[in-house]
Design a protein around this ligand. Structure first.
Ligand SMILES: [Zn+2]
Ligand SMILES: [Zn+2]
Length: 301
């Protein structure tokens, strides 16, 4: 008599509710993407500069030591109250050294117009740098701060992506406040429809600051959660890899990028390379629901 083998089926892997940033490739992949997008682009020089900035972010992240996470009791309390786990207003002082490192690296290849800005950042006191960081995260920047903010943002992205990468995704939970990062409480830059075994066709919002992603239902407004009057707009003749998801209830929009159309899409890089889509949607009367922190200041002159 043969013992019939019993075929056990592995339990279906559950789709990830949260995807934490991978520090080994986050900024280097973004730099590569920006360099590709810069080719034959009307804003090619600017996108190449941002590719260099992302490379400097990568180098700074690799050089960063492990950061002290909040105490276990603090993390647990945040979880119980459905609050973000990390507060970007409580910055570790080493963020300023991260900023100076980034500024020194991009300074070597910076166009003359940017050099004055970079020099002023290198010469700024700790207090000035901290007030720039506060303005970036909470305030309305004044015209004379605008040029410095993308570099401040780049440094803070490195530090908060490091924090996020040190967490365990099981520590995160969805917040009551819709459309806010469960790790750091910041707004999303865009959403990504992913490819992959357990996450195929799932949509994730991507944090503008710490690069954490959290799962959200497709075809609902990421700002107000309605599923009525949500539409997708794209530039005529584009590949369809980047669209704007507009909402007629709250009149907000956010871009959505599709790995299925291009596996290399990056929510930050592809957003920067499609400013023409922002103008189109803006003219149609919609406001952006979340910032691209590398762009703050670039809207005004
Ligand atoms: Zn975040
Ligand atoms: Zn809405």
């Amino acid at each position: 008599m043969h013992n019939q083998p019993i075929a056990f089926q592995a339990p279906a892997a559950e789709a990830a509710a949260f995807i934490l940033p991978n520090p080994g490739e986050l900024f280097s992949a973004r730099a590569d993407r920006l360099a590709v997008l810069a080719m034959n682009h009307s804003l090619g020089d600017w996108l190449l500069f941002l590719a260099g900035l992302s490379r400097a972010q990568d180098a700074a992240l690799q050089a960063l030591p492990s950061l002290a996470l909040p105490a276990a009791a603090t993390l647990e309390q945040a979880r119980q109250h459905a609050m973000p786990l990390i507060d970007p207003m409580q910055r570790p002082g080493l963020w300023r050294e991260t900023l100076r490192q980034i500024v020194r690296q991009v300074g070597a290849d910076a166009p003359p117009a940017a050099r004055e800005t970079l020099t002023s950042l290198l010469n700024a006191s700790d207090e000035v740098l901290d007030s720039l960081a506060d303005t970036l995260l909470t305030g309305t920047p004044s015209a004379d701060q605008n040029a410095r903010l993308p570099f401040v943002a780049a440094a803070l992205q490195v530090v908060y992506s490091k924090f996020a990468s040190q967490l365990d995704a099981a520590q995160l939970q969805a917040l009551d406040v819709h459309g806010v990062c469960p790790c750091c409480g910041s707004l999303p830059v865009a959403s990504v429809v992913r490819l992959g075994a357990t996450i195929n066709n799932l949509r994730y919002l991507h944090c503008a600051l710490c690069n954490t992603e959290w799962n959200v239902t497709r075809a609902t407004c990421t700002a107000c959660d309605t599923d009525k009057g949500v539409a997708l707009l794209e530039i005529e003749g584009s590949t369809g890899a980047v669209r704007a998801e507009t909402c007629d209830s709250c009149k907000n929009y956010l871009k959505i990028v599709y790995q299925e159309k291009d596996p290399h899409v990056d929510p930050v890089a592809d957003d920067l390379a499609t400013l023409a889509l922002d103008m189109l949607v803006d003219q149609a009367g919609y406001s952006r629901a979340g910032p691209n922190l590398l762009l703050i200041g670039a809207y005004s002159d």
